[in-house]
Write a new protein. Sequence first.
Length: 329
Amino acid sequence: MRTYSKLFGITAALVLGAAVSVFSLDSHPIRELQDQVNGFSETLARSLPFNASLGLNWSDAYIGQLIGVPPHFGVGLSGGLTTMDLGAFEDVADLFGISMPVSTNLMPMPGYTVEGRIGGFILPFDVGLKCGILPPVDFSEDFRFDYTLVGGDIRYALLKGPILPHVSVGVGLNYLKGGLNTAIKGAGTTFTFGGHNLALSDPEIGFSWETTSLDVKAQISKSLFIITPYLGLGVSHGWSKAGYTVESDLQYDGDPVTGTNLNEIQQAIGDDLDLTEQGFSSIIKNNGWGFRVFGGLSFNLLVIRLDFTGMYNFLDNKFGGSLGIRFQL
């Protein structure tokens, strides 16, 4: 867990690690902000189902029946990275006076899962479950990251050896949620609309994303002495949403925002933003597809399996990989 906390921290620091140190007087139309958030959400809708497919990529296309000698089941741990296109994130951050230290067009996003799989009974199927949770972690006084990935699948064996390879088809459901929060001391910006100005300073800004994805996959594997090579194809559809929240002392045309002018501001900026006296937010929903190939091999050491998996997403040319270790009968 400590290792993954460090990985999340490094990634998060690269994303939000270089806030400006002086107050920005730049003024941006409120519509520009919403256009950038729409782009941020659309980009993540393509990447999130791919990231959610980490875990349960076991080398064996089918592990066998639960009822038998020995009973077939396994438990283990896997972790890895997938790349995500967060270029649109830079555009949003720039409007809040945040400067990126590196390009985020190809950011590595880590993930981990504790996972288990049990063989079926009567029919040749198996069932897997995975869970990876990193509760909100404060990497510094002003920075926080959180991550949750849970999911499961069921696979049916079309071929199950022993001479022929194992071939299975499966369907699964994954849920992924994450977020970055940071307080930007000394930063700020002004948004314009209808001849009015909405200014914020020393904001606490949070970016969040969430997806529920349905995943269909096919896999082939063949055990050869102590190694099992495997190859699979997956198609996923994700129902995603992404956006931001801002907590700040807001000023409307130079005066603090109060309950008396809150409705006036909300009518002027429209329903795209959810406005309160303490800040505003916008969450955009988007659906996206993912088409991936995955494969690799495992080393089989008695009842221990070491899995090495590579992944590639055709739709946005992103890639990933994972390493897993498990006990399996």
